[in-house]
Design a protein around this ligand. Structure first.
Ligand SMILES: Cc1ncc(COP(=O)(O)O)c(C=O)c1O
Length: 429
């Protein structure tokens, strides 16, 4: 690890809890010192010691075009010169909302917020307002931001650090949340009753590592919800504009009542959104009785970055290219692991993927947790040494961007091959 990152981390730990502003960044899941980032361009990220890495984190999803895409940079510069925030409506907000609704037909109206957490928190409130019911069903290892009611058997940092239920959340709040295994319709049916307001699900799970929905799972959820009079919330904060322009709902052909978005719709700037039918969204203040607001909501710079990003993604061959390159990576790493006798499963949907150190299959939180974390940590650090920046946790998804060229993918396969060979040898000793 570079000296500058070490020094900065010591300094940061004195003043910021754990030295970071979001827990997984601290490298606690893999040990060692986090890289302090100086800048990034295209598929590359540069740390405070001037070292260069192929970036497979992409700011945890938003950077689908790669870092510093010139259209996005131009749009942000232009917006910044016109003013940072007005707390009043702008034309950009209408345009971004229209782009979202055009891409995702289940969204007739949409409200912009500042993060994915705000989006899911508001979606729950909306579901409760619409149904007059209290209970929520979620999935083990599913993460929907740090909303009190959703920090139950949560994925991401909670799972990484083995604290899936957060302190500081009253039990009266979490008593209303039921968590069941992912990809298990029987468990959902058993948990469902007339008091459930909504089922909230990541249509492709990304916060227990990448776990695709089993065939028929999402449609099954749709049917169960419809029958029970509960709403289906697809949390597409990660998958929206990632697995397809129309999100996972277009890929798997399922229509939710409420969709939550974030990450890509802000192109790397802070944003979130929730939307659904006109009828449902009319419950939101000032049209209706469900209150939700935000000083910086619809921030003009975030909106400009989001519009530019969606503009590039629309009508481009980016998704086909991402599929091809990500598939090549998956095949390359799988073959390499077989060659070196390392038990490993690569889960992937489009450009969202995770290498699990288990024979698999990985279909839910329990099977994701069978991964050998010691091997993952070793893999992570050896890859870092090879100039590859992976998510510093076994239970997170990694991402490719449009800036990951074919030669980046070939380099990644080559580097992973060297590392897997070494790992096997080390673990056999
Ligand atoms: C599926 C999902 N929902 C919600 C969130 C929360 O978003 P944010 O971190 O912007 O609050 C995340 C964050 O990773 C996420 O992956």
């Amino acid at each position: 690890m570079g000296k500058n990152s070490e020094t900065l981390f010591s300094r940061a730990q004195e003043i910021i809890p754990g030295g970071v502003n979001s827990p997984v960044r601290a490298f606690k899941g893999v040990g060692g010192t986090p890289l302090f980032i100086d800048q990034a361009l295209g598929s590359r990220i540069f740390d405070a010691d001037g070292l260069q890495y192929i970036d497979c984190v992409g700011s945890w999803g938003p950077m689908i075009l790669g870092h510093g895409h010139r259209y996005v940079v131009e749009a942000v510069k232009k917006a910044a010169t016109r003013g940072f925030s007005f707390g009043a409506p702008t034309v950009g907000e209408i345009e971004l909302a229209e782009m979202i609704a055009q891409a995702i037909p289940s969204i007739e109206m949409v409200r912009l917020v500042n993060s994915g957490t705000e989006a899911t928190m508001s979606a729950l409130r909306l579901a409760r307002a619409a149904t007059g019911r209290k209970k929520i069903i979620k999935f083990d290892g599913g993460y929907h931001g740090h909303v009190d009611a959703l920090l139950v058997k949560a994925g991401s940092g909670g799972a990484t650090f083995n604290v899936p239920d957060s302190a500081g959340v009253p039990k009266e709040v979490t008593e209303l949340t039921i968590s069941v295994p992912y990809n298990n319709l029987k468990a959902v049916r058993e948990a469902m009753d007339g008091e459930v307001a909504a089922v909230i699900v990541e249509p492709v799970a990304g916060n227990m590592g990448c776990v695709p929905p089993a065939e028929g799972f999402l449609q099954g959820l749709r049917d169960i919800c419809t029958e029970a009079g509960a709403l289906l919330i697809l949390d597409e904060v990660m998958t929206g504009f990632r697995v397809a322009y129309g999100g996972a709902q277009s890929l798997y052909n399922v229509k939710p009542d409420i969709t939550t978005l974030g990450k890509i719709i802000g192109g790397g700037m802070p944003i979130g959104a929730y939307g659904g039918s006109r009828e449902l969204m009319q419950l939101v203040s000032p049209l209706g009785p469900m209150y939700q607001a935000g000083t910086l909501s619809g921030n003009p710079i975030a909106v400009a970055a989001g519009k530019a990003t969606l503009g590039v993604l629309k009508n481009s061959s980016i998704y086909a290219d991402l599929e091809e390159r990500s598939g090549e990576f998956q095949t390359g790493v799988t073959k390499s692991a077989e060659k070196h006798g390392v038990p490993l499963t690569v889960n992937r949907v489009g450009s969202m993927w995770t290498i699990f150190f288990t024979e698999g299959p990985v279909t839910d939180y329990e099977s994701a947790n069978k991964s050998n974390r010691e091997r993952f940590s070793r893999f992570f650090h050896l890859m870092l040494g090879e100039g590859v920046y992976l998510p510093p946790s076994q239970l997170e998804a990694a991402f490719f961007s449009a800036a990951h060229a074919k030669k980046d993918i070939l380099q990644l396969i080559e580097r992973a091959d060297r590392v897997l060979k070494k790992i096997n040898w080390e673990f056999e000793k």
